[in-house]
Design a protein around this ligand. Structure first.
Ligand SMILES: Cc1cc2nc3c(=O)[nH]c(=O)nc-3n(C[C@H](O)[C@H](O)[C@H](O)COP(=O)(O)OP(=O)(O)OC[C@H]3O[C@@H](n4cnc5c(N)ncnc54)[C@H](O)[C@@H]3O)c2cc1C
Ligand SMILES: NC(=O)c1ccc[n+]([C@@H]2O[C@H](COP(=O)([O-])OP(=O)(O)OC[C@H]3O[C@@H](n4cnc5c(N)ncnc54)[C@H](O)[C@@H]3O)[C@@H](O)[C@H]2O)c1
Length: 462
C-alpha cells in the first residue's frame, strides 16, 4: 500500500471540502483533498445552479402565458421545445461546473487523491491502495437523496434531482413526492414547462414554512397552479411497463389510478456518513450516523476530526457549506486550540413563484406569548399590484420585551430580496423601530415590508 503523510486530510471536494482545503493551506499546513465522485460540487452539477436554470425557463413560459391582463397579447402558439430547454440547462450548468473544475485543476496533483475514503482509525484513512496518515481530518462528504424503501420497487421509473438535470428532453408526466424545497422548485418548474405534474406530501408540510398562516397561503397559491396534496393518501405505487402507476385518494376524496413517466423522490436528503468507516473511530454518533459535534467549532467531541457542510446535517445550504468548510479547515489547522465560527443570520429562500423565504428564528421555535406578529398581505400592495405579482403574505416577529426583530416567514413577490434586508437587520440586532427608520423608496415591494413592520410596531405599543 502507498503511504501518504499530511497534516490535514479533507474528505470530499465539494463546496465545504474545497473551502476547508484552502483554509488549511492558507494556514501553512500540508493537506490532501480526497474526492470519490465527479469534481464540480453538488451545487453546480445537480443542485442550486441547474435547478435555477430550469426555473428560469419555466418562468419565461409562465410570463408569456400571462400578458393578457396588461392588454399585451401573444397571438398564436407558445411552443416549449423540451430539447432546447434541457440543452440550455445542461450547457449553462456545464459552464458553472467548468469554473469549479478549473479551480480544482489549480490544486497541485500531490494534494489531490481520487477515490472513496474510509476511516481505519481517527487519524488513518484508506483510499483504494493508499493509506493517508493525517493528524487531523475534515469530513465534508455532503448529502444524498433519502429515498423511502417502497419507492425502490419502481426501478428506473424512480428518479432524483440528479436525473432531471441529465434529461435531453422533457417527459410527459412526473409524480413528485415531497413538497419540500426541491419538490416545490422542480415540481412547479416542470409543470410550467408543460409536464403533467402531481405533487404528493405527508403531514401537510409546504416548503420549509413553519407559520401555519403563511403555509396555508402557500398551499392555496400553489394549488391554483398545479396539483398539490400536502397530506396525500397514496394506497399503492407500482411499476407497469415503462410507467409508474399510483393509486391514491385525490383532493376530491375519490380513489383514482394514474400513470406517470417518472416518480421524482424529493423526500429529503441524508448526510453521506454511512460508508465512511466511522465505526472504526472513537466518535459517538447520532441516530442518523452523524458524529456528535460542536456546531460552533465543528469539532467532533475532543477528537482531531471536524465535520462541515451537508454532511453534518444542520444547515444544508450553499453559503453555510462554504462558511463551515473554511472554519473547519482553520480549526483543523489550529487544533487542539479551536475557535467558534461566526455564524451569519439564518436565511433561506425557495425559488418557487411566489417565492418563499424565512429569516432569523422560525415561528415554530418562538413562544407565541412573547412575540408581536406584524402582517402584510401583498394582494393590495401598490407595486406588487402594478406588476400583477400581488399574491403573498409576510409575517415579521418582534420580541415584546425588547422590540427587537426576531424573524420572518413569507410567501410573495421579490422574497429573495426582502429576505436579505431582513437577514441583515437580524444580524445587526435591529429593533422594529430602527428598521422603520430606514429609507423606503416609492413605489417598491419593500413598502409592503414597511406595512408589516408598522403593524408589528403598533402591536408592540399596546
Ligand atoms: C436540487 C438542489 C437544489 C439546491 N438549491 C440550493 C440553492 O438554491 N441555494 C442553496 O443555498 N443551496 C441549495 N442546495 C443545497 C446545496 O447544494 C448544498 O447545501 C451544498 O452543495 C452542500 O455542499 P457540500 O460541500 O456539503 O457537499 P457536496 O458539494 O455534495 O460535496 C461533497 C463531496 O464529497 C464527496 N464524497 C462523499 N463521500 C466521500 C468519500 N467517502 N470519500 C471521498 N469523497 C466523498 C462527494 O462525491 C461530493 O463531491 C440545493 C441542493 C439540491 C440537491
Ligand atoms: N432554494 C434553496 O435554497 C434550496 C433548494 C433545494 C434544496 N435545498 C436544500 O436541500 C435540502 C433538501 O431538500 P428536500 O426538498 O429534499 O428536503 P426537505 O426536507 O425540504 O423536503 C422534504 C419533503 O418531503 C416530504 N416527505 C418525506 N417523506 C415523504 C414521503 N414518503 N412521501 C411524500 N413526501 C414525503 C417531507 O414532509 C418534506 O415536505 C433543503 O433542506 C435545503 O436546505 C435548498
Amino acid at each position: 500500500m502507498k503511504q501518504l503523510h499530511v497534516d490535514i486530510a479533507v474528505i470530499g471536494a465539494g463546496t465545504a471540502g474545497l473551502a476547508a482545503y484552502r483554509a488549511a493551506k492558507a494556514a501553512g499546513k500540508t493537506a490532501v483533498v480526497i474526492e470519490g465522485g465527479a469534481y464540480g460540487t453538488t451545487c453546480a452539477r445537480v443542485g442550486c445552479m441547474p435547478s435555477k436554470l430550469l426555473i428560469a425557463a419555466a418562468d419565461a413560459a409562465h410570463e408569456l402565458r400571462h400578458t393578457a391582463p396588461f392588454g399585451v397579447h401573444v397571438d398564436g402558439e407558445i411552443r416549449i421545445d423540451g430539447r432546447e430547454v434541457m440543452d440550455r440547462v445542461r450547457r449553462e450548468r456545464d459552464r458553472f461546473v467548468g469554473f469549479v473544475v478549473r479551480g480544482v485543476d489549480g490544486i497541485p496533483a500531490e494534494d489531490k487523491l481520487e477515490g472513496y475514503a474510509r476511516f481505519v482509525d481517527n487519524t488513518l484513512l484508506e483510499v483504494d491502495d493508499t493509506r493517508v496518515h493525517a493528524s487531523r481530518v475534515v469530513i465534508a462528504t455532503g448529502s444524498s437523496p433519502a429515498i423511502p424503501s417502497p419507492f425502490k420497487a419502481l426501478g428506473d421509473r424512480l428518479i432524483v434531482n440528479d436525473d432531471v438535470f441529465s434529461w435531453e428532453a422533457l417527459p410527459e408526466s412526473v409524480a413528485v413526492f415531497g413538497p419540500g424545497v426541491i419538490g416545490l422548485e422542480l415540481g412547479q418548474a416542470l409543470s410550467r414547462l408543460g409536464v403533467r405534474v402531481k405533487v404528493f406530501g405527508v403531514r401537510g408540510g409546504v416548503g420549509p414554512l413553519s407559520d401555519p398562516a403563511i403555509r396555508d397561503y402557500a398551499r392555496i397559491a400553489f394549488q391554483q397552479e398545479f396539483y398539490l396534496a400536502p397530506d396525500a393518501d397514496v394506497k399503492e405505487m407500482r411499476r407497469d411497463g415503462n410507467k409508474a402507476v399510483l393509486r391514491f385518494v385525490d383532493l376530491n376524496g375519490e380513489e383514482v389510478t394514474e400513470s406517470f413517466d417518472y416518480v421524482l423522490a424529493a423526500t429529503g436528503r441524508s448526510p453521506n456518513v454511512q460508508n465512511l468507516g466511522l465505526e472504526n473511530t472513537s466518535l459517538t454518533r447520532d441516530a442518523r450516523g452523524v458524529p456528535l459535534f460542536d456546531p460552533d467549532t465543528l469539532q467532533c467531541g475532543k477528537s482531531p476530526i471536524f465535520i462541515a457542510g451537508d454532511a453534518n446535517n444542520v444547515l444544508p445550504l450553499l453559503h453555510e457549506a462554504a462558511d463551515e468548510g473554511k472554519a473547519a479547515g482553520e480549526n483543523a489547522a489550529r487544533y487542539p486550540k479551536v475557535l467558534p465560527l461566526n455564524r451569519r443570520a439564518p436565511i433561506a429562500v425557495v425559488f418557487s413563484d411566489p417565492q418563499i423565504m424565512m429569516v432569523g428564528q422560525r415561528f415554530a421555535d418562538l413562544n407565541a406569548n412573547e412575540i408581536a406578529v406584524g402582517e402584510v398581505s401583498f394582494e393590495d400592495q401598490g407595486r406588487s399590484r402594478v406588476m400583477l405579482k400581488n399574491r403573498g403574505l409576510l409575517h415579521v416577529y418582534a420580541d415584546k420585551a425588547t422590540g427587537r426583530f426576531l424573524g420572518a416567514e413569507m410567501i410573495g413577490p421579490r422574497a429573495e430580496h426582502i429576505a436579505h434586508l431582513l437577514a441583515w437587520s437580524y444580524q445587526s440586532q435591529l429593533s422594529i423601530d430602527a428598521m422603520l427608520a430606514m429609507p423606503f423608496y416609492h413605489p417598491v415591494v419593500e413598502e409592503g415590508l414597511r406595512t408589516a413592520l408598522r403593524d408589528a410596531a403598533a402591536k408592540l405599543a399596546v
